[in-house]
Design a protein around this ligand. Sequence first.
Ligand SMILES: Cc1cc2nc3c(=O)[nH]c(=O)nc-3n(C[C@H](O)[C@H](O)[C@H](O)COP(=O)(O)OP(=O)(O)OC[C@H]3O[C@@H](n4cnc5c(N)ncnc54)[C@H](O)[C@@H]3O)c2cc1C
Length: 264
Amino acid sequence: MLMPPPDPALIADKARHVAALRAIVPGEGVIDDDAALGAYECDALTAHTQRPLAVVLPSTTAQVSAILAYCNRTGLKIVPRGAGTSLSGGSLPLADGIVLGFGKMNRVLEVDFDNRCAVVQPGVTNLGVTNAVKYRGFYYAPDPSSQIACSIGGNVAENSGGVHCLKYGLTTNNLLGVELVLTDGSVVRLGGKGMDGPGLDLLGVVAGSEGMLGVVTEVTVRILPAPESRRALLIGFASVEAAGACVAETIAAGSAIRSMSRPC
Ligand SMILES: Cc1cc2nc3c(=O)[nH]c(=O)nc-3n(C[C@H](O)[C@H](O)[C@H](O)COP(=O)(O)OP(=O)(O)OC[C@H]3O[C@@H](n4cnc5c(N)ncnc54)[C@H](O)[C@@H]3O)c2cc1C
């Protein structure tokens, strides 16, 4: 993987940048110790590693806004990070930049059963959304296999999905609104609790944009009633063709299926 060459001036100025970031996020919200930075040196694409200048762990949108404004003024690069389960190196740090981690912004802010939606901070795990609504028989449909760990912010940035998405669509089809902090620190809201907002579908552009358009600080997702019953089946087939035909018929009938094969 070819990364842009780091700016030595930014690295030489590390102490000043860390002090400025600590003024925005006090306490343990800024990590600059080399050993501790090791925990953030890669995502699930572990073949590539790079320790960042520092890791910043904000707790509020106001802090995120101040961090982005500071980085915009000074030229410090930013890599947002949810749970770091990306398989594409999306949250791989830069030597002359910070990792903006969302581990502390992990609260479910509102569950609105009347409007069938939940408003959550970006660090809430995918499964955490379902866990917050299942007591009323609801769930959040997009289900990446990493759902126990991956964050909703990361799901929005990667437009993630899983086996349910054959029927219910990817993250973009279940995303109703976001709060987004732009690179200059300004805060915008796209969408809301309703199905289709007026104007351009900017929400559709944000889903899958891998953090390049802004940093997601709040997410509104659609929740659905859970199926009344479910049953797991393991079926063996004599040929790949027969298995493929079964997959096609199952999907055509409006259900989902995951297939596995083994070497003959
Ligand atoms: C075992 C395993 C199974 C997986 N299965 C699936 C699967 O079935 N389907 C699937 O789609 N993916 C799958 N993935 C990939 C990964 O889990 C998803 O892409 C997930 O959405 C990443 O979420 P994250 O919180 O870990 O994001 P991270 O890895 O932290 O970040 C991913 C990208 O999102 C950006 N980002 C993170 N948070 C924000 C934010 N708040 N604002 C703006 N940008 C942000 C990062 O900069 C980066 O570009 C799997 C990964 C693993 C390790």
